[in-house]
Design a protein around this ligand. Structure first.
Ligand code: CTP
Ligand code: MG
Length: 235
């Protein structure tokens, strides 16, 4: 009898947030009184089919243990690495012996606090029957420009077929491990799991998601994320 694939989650939270700046790493910045990482974790914990959430932390992180979500029995921590793909690979190692190759792993950025429950469900529903897996993504809406060294627009790039890669990204445990190992072997730094999976020669499914599933990258993104969360709370 075929075993049912189970679901696990990984949250890379070991970054330094260099583009954001700020006094505390951006994943601990507060939005409506709650750290960004808490919002990200709560959105995953709201999905009862996720068995455990492994959070990859920077060495000597002392803030994580103080989050309410750190006490949740489904949440555990590991030490991340100096690149995002290394942090994710370490979290996958923490699941060794529990996750089976055919199980699903959802990887969600610590810096994305606005994941809607409906998007998480849509991703799981779209990808569950797929051999490869996929990611939430949003079609590019703006006109795209190729800038030159003088800060001028050299040309317009067609946006046809272009998507913004969001998270969660959902892949089979065995396939994602192989993809990240290949990345490490080739010394290729990737900024999402789908890039690593593409290196295996397979094509992740693009699952249309909400454009307001924003990542906090620069300081101005904090206000945007706070406004999105406040608007939802008001509903
Ligand atoms: N991340 C990680 N380990 C790293 C680098 C990044 O776990 N070595 C995580 C970040 O904590 C974040 C997510 O990957 O949740 C997305 O990365 P990004 O937005 O680039 O965050 P930072 O790397 O922290 O920011 P920056 O690139 O501006 O330094
Ligand atoms: Mg980074």
């Amino acid at each position: 009898m075929k075993r049912r694939a189970r679901r696990w989650a990984v949250v890379p939270a070991a970054g330094r947030g260099e583009r954001y700046g700020g006094r505390v790493p951006k994943q601990y910045e507060r939005l409506l009184g709650r750290p960004v990482l808490s919002w990200a974790l709560a959105s995953l914990l709201a999905e009862p089919t996720i068995r455990a959430v492994v959070v990859a932390l920077a060495p000597h992180d002392r803030r994580f243990a103080r989050l309410d979500e750190a006490a949740d029995p489904r949440v555990e921590a590991c030490t991340g690495g100096d690149r995002r793909d290394v942090s994710v690979a370490r979290a996958l190692d923490a699941l060794a012996g529990r996750a089976r190759d055919e199980d699903w792993v959802l990887v969600h950025d610590a810096a994305r606090p606005c994941l809607a429950a409906s998007d998480l469900r849509a991703l799981c529903a779209a990808v569950s029957g797929d051999p490869v897996g996929g990611l939430l993504a949003s079609p590019v809406g703006d006109t795209l420009k190729q800038g030159d060294a003088d800060g001028r627009s050299a040309r317009t790039v067609t946006r046809d077929g272009l998507w913004r890669a969001l998270t969660p990204q959902m892949f089979r445990y065995g396939l994602l491990k192989r993809a990240l190992a290949l990345c490490a072997e080739r010394g290729r730094a990737v900024t999402d799991e789908a890039s690593a999976v593409e290196m295996l020669g397979v094509r992740p499914m693009l699952v249309p998601g909400r454009g307001d599933n924003v990542k906090i990258t620069v300081a101005a993104d904090r206000e945007l994320a706070a406004a999105i969360l406040a608007a939802r709370r008001g509903k």
